[in-house]
Design a protein around this ligand. Structure first.
Ligand SMILES: Cc1ncc(COP(=O)(O)O)c(C=O)c1O
Length: 534
């Protein structure tokens, strides 16, 4: 590829570092150390005894853990090199993770949570020694109550799907308290609600009924009316759906489910386009959840550490996971004494650093700022949609001509038909320009899909650049298809072989499994549960 010489190329030149970096276990040097623990003081063993003796025999190690042995500088180099082989959120115009929302995570909030006041807390500390953090968590709950209209929140779930699962368990507990849990064994959702809704309901043992869109791209209200019955436990619904289309009849959906005796749970994981504009409770919902890592700017980091927040009405509050964070007018405390609680969804009170970050983010914006986030996110999205739909071969299926809220599920079906180039090849080629997208998840009823979500974080220039890259790749698909077909060319890793991921005999997610399966070594010791067959 040749670029014009000038101060700024029309499309940015990009080339990822290539370090041929082994995995950290392969760098291990027996005896190398990053930190030397201080020698045990003479006599201390006699005074405190053997600390391991306090552990039950069944959980004591029989051999030291097989950890890599490296000096500090080798660890530093290793991770710095890996970071250079990455296309992370701080490096690119990260609008290609639609439904997974990559917005800017302000660095000042990271600074806050790196303070020893947060970073060095132990989750089992006595309440009296963590008053500040409990106050932040309590205050965050008050803010989320105001944002959603709900009466109580738990901040315990470690992800959006964990929050949905908590909601499903609370729904069952509510029906059980009325003697109806066995009869109400069905959950209704929609095909473009995030798939974790159907997955959580199914995991909890419910039969799942999935509604399809009507001619306007909205979930079909008549289908809902036909689906509800005395077996309906709940409706789990995302709005705007993963297409970015807002269901204007959402209150009617809630009413129909209530009339059948079911509950309604609003998946507001991604509230980027509706913050300060609509509220779950105002639409009649009984439960809702937010992903703090999507809407409230806390980082995602490869699927974690996430933080989900589940909100409920006062009628459902007794079922919340325990402990809840309470304030009695003078002190904050954890309330474990909640006999109707569904129990725990994850340890302690939640992913505390992310709760602190989310609190700081909300406080720095204020009510008007939150509304502005939604307005700018929707404006950015509709601007980008306008630019993308100018590219021949791109389309936004369902609801033609209608605006979207915060994201759009697009299709390259037209381009694929004309050129034989598929969406994942376009995503891979875009990486050669320093941006990319993933090809979206279930349901695969949109052909050649990609979902873009610009959020409030990206400037007009960013969006112009992103759209120009897609336009250039679409041009290449027509005029130089082999360049696209064989992409990426400028990344550390070339094309990823996806088939391996479906073949447990070939994937290896632990060091032991890697040695057995990839290096063909005879490895002593137990096989991991995740290791899969030999
Ligand atoms: C609308 C919606 N609901 C639920 C989830 C699930 O959240 P998590 O990935 O944290 O489990 C997502 C995440 O992408 C989402 O976009």
């Amino acid at each position: 590829m040749s670029w014009p010489i000038g101060p700024r190329p029309p499309l940015r030149r990009f080339h990822q570092a290539r370090w041929d970096e082994p995995i950290i276990f392969e760098l291990s040097q027996p005896g190398a150390r990053g930190v030397l623990p201080p020698p045990v003081e003479p006599g201390i063993r006699e005074r405190v005894g053997d600390p391991a003796a306090a552990l039950p025999a069944g959980v004591r190690r029989t051999s030291p853990p097989a950890l890599p042995e490296l000096s500090q500088v080798h660890v530093l180099r290793h991770y710095d090199r890996l970071s250079q082989e990455n296309l992370g959120a701080d490096l690119n115009i990260d609008v290609g993770q639609g439904t997974c929302t990559m917005k800017y995570s302000p660095k000042v909030n990271d600074q806050l949570v790196r303070s020893p006041k947060v970073a060095e807390l132990h989750p089992a500390q006595d309440d009296s020694t963590v008053q500040g953090v409990l106050e932040i968590i309590w205050r965050l709950e008050q803010l989320l109550r105001e944002i959603s209209g709900m009466d109580r929140f738990t901040l315990q779930p470690g992800a959006g799907s964990a929050a949905i699962y908590a909601n499903v368990l609370m729904i069952r507990a509510w029906h059980a308290a009325r003697g109806e849990a066995d009869r109400r064994d069905e959950v209704i959702t929609t095909i473009f609600s995030h798939p974790s809704n159907a997955a959580c309901a199914r995991t909890a043992g419910y039969r799942v009924i999935t509604l399809q869109p009507d001619r306007n791209g909205d979930p079909d209200l008549d289908a809902l009316k036909a689906a509800v019955s005395e077996r309906t436990a709940a409706l789990l619904i995302t709005n705007p759906e993963d297409t970015g289309i807002f269901n204007p009849r959402i209150e009617e959906f809630v009413r129909v489910v209530h009339e059948a005796g079911g509950l309604a749970s609003y998946d507001q994981a991604n509230a980027n386009g509706i913050l300060g504009i609509t509220r779950a409770r105002d639409a009649g919902f009984d439960l809702c959840h937010f992903n703090l890592h999507k809407t409230f700017s806390t980082p995602h980091g490869s699927g974690g550490p996430a933080a989900g927040a589940s909100g409920v009405t006062s009628e459902l509050a007794r079922f919340l996971p325990r402990p809840t964070v309470e304030f009695d007018g003078t002190r904050y405390y954890l309330d474990h004494d909640r006999p109707d609680s569904i129990g725990k969804i994850r340890p302690w009170v939640g992913v505390t650093p992310n709760l602190v970050r989310a609190y700081a983010w909300i406080m720095s914006l204020g009510a008007e700022g939150l509304r502005e986030v939604a307005e700018v996110a929707a404006l950015n999205n509709n601007y980008l949609m306008h630019k993308v739909l100018e590219i021949r071969g791109a389309s936004a299926p369902f609801a033609p001509g209608r605006r979207r809220i915060e994201q759009v599920r697009y299709s390259w079906a037209g381009l694929a038909e004309e050129t034989g180039i598929h969406t994942e090849q376009i995503g891979a080629r875009a990486a050669d320009f320093g941006v990319h997208y993933w090809e979206s998840h279930h349901p695969f009823i949109v052909p050649e899909p990609f979902t873009l979500e610009p959020t409030e974080s990206y400037s007009k220039a960013d969006l112009d650049e992103y759209a120009a890259i897609l336009a250039e790749v679409a041009r290449e698909a027509r005029e130089e298809p082999d360049v696209v077909r064989t992409a990426p060319h400028a990344s550390t890793i070339h094309q990823v072989e996806h088939d391996v991921l479906d073949d447990p005999a070939r994937w290896a997610v632990t060091w032991r499994a890697y040695r057995r399966k990839v290096r063909g070594e005879a490895v002593e010791g137990p096989r991991d549960a995740v290791e899969g067959p030999r």
